[in-house]
Design a protein around this ligand. Structure first.
Ligand code: VAH
Length: 319
């Protein structure tokens, strides 16, 4: 049977890159990219979709005979705190629509992105374990804990093959980030390449788990390709590529741009970062579906700088 893939949030930081990878894998004509606004001219099929609208989700699934759904739409941690009830409504209503439409339309596989934001303040901060009882400090984190448990419920109650990864902070050059606490890291690279001073909204020593976009996308494809029986965790898997603080990232960037300057001016997002792990235990993902990151902080920095130089100056200098 030909796979037909629906992606929600396809204009987001992860969604935009994942959509391109899915088009490469399944064929441009077999991927239906959707987002709230038609803000990105896609090479392929793009539909406007407010995923809080059940009938619209159902209409697109039936019209395109969708077989798999990657539900990437959500309001992230920092933006989510500006309007908590809207964040809850969007993050949960969209998930329920995807779960229900999937259940009623024989969708074979669903991907649901969770986040290390599910962790709250009552857990080991280093090598945080996969299983835990926690109290997330953001509405985004609360919605992801709820989402993970609904995913687990739909898998066991209805047999829906829904799989999930707890993404750390994702860093990529392909798309601008949208309202996350970890997004300082992406902004830092852009400032450095443009030879501008960067004002960081976290403390210099705020260590957080992170992942390079290439590794995040590979992990997403790998978990979805794994045999059903290998996916033992049906809430969500921890994965982590690397962990670093803003000052450690600045040091990596200064190995290429010695003059790069950073100032620290922590805001409300520091409180969010304080509630998250510094690193997570991702041994279950490594064991069950062979998760294995490829990038470390310096190979990530080289790749980011190379691509951002191309983006801003069309430069192809070797670093
Ligand atoms: C955020 N980038 O900062 C997201 C992510 C782990 C953080 O979920 O909200």
């Amino acid at each position: 049977m030909k796979e037909k893939i629906l992606v929600t949030g396809a204009s987001g930081q992860l969604g935009a890159v994942l959509t391109k990878r899915l088009q490469d894998k399944f064929g441009v004509e077999n991927v239906i990219a959707t987002d709230l606004n038609n803000i990105k001219t896609y090479n392929g099929c793009f539909e406007v979709l407010d995923a809080t609208d059940y009938d619209r989700v159902q209409f697109l699934v039936k019209t395109y005979a969708i077989t798999q759904i990657y539900h990437m739409a959500a309001i992230l941690s920092a933006n989510g705190e500006k309007n908590p009830f809207q964040t809850w409504e969007v993050n949960m209503k969209t998930l329920f629509n995807i779960l229900e439409v999937s259940r009623h339309n024989n969708i074979t596989k669903v991907f649901f992105p969770s986040s290390i934001a599910v962790y709250g303040s009552d857990f080991p901060k280093v090598n945080t374990p996969q299983t835990f009882s926690t109290s997330p400090q953001t509405v985004y984190g609360v919605s992801k804990v709820a989402g993970e448990n609904w995913a687990n419920y739909y898998c066991h109650k209805y047999g829906l093959d829904i799989r999930s990864i707890r993404y750390p902070g994702v860093i990529g050059h392909q798309s601008l980030p949208g309202g996350g606490t970890t997004d300082y890291a992406v902004e830092m690279y852009h400032k450095a390449v443009k030879n501008e001073v960067f004002e960081c909204f976290l403390n210099h020593d705020a260590v957080l788990p992170m992942i390079y976009m290439e590794d995040a996308i590979n992990a997403t494809i790998d978990i979805m390709e794994a045999p059903f029986r290998d996916i033992r965790v049906r809430t969500s898997y921890n994965i982590s590529g690397l962990s670093f603080s803003p000052s450690q990232l600045a040091e990596s960037i200064q190995s290429i741009f010695p003059e790069f300057k950073i100032r620290y001016n922590p805001d409300f997002r520091q409180r969010i970062a304080d509630s998250w792990p510094e690193s997570v235990d991702d041994s279950e993902a490594r064991e069950d579906w062979k998760w294995q990151p490829k990038y470390d902080i310096n190979t990530m920095t080289k790749d980011m700088v190379m691509h951002l130089r191309l983006r801003y100056f069309n430069e192809t200098q070797n670093i």
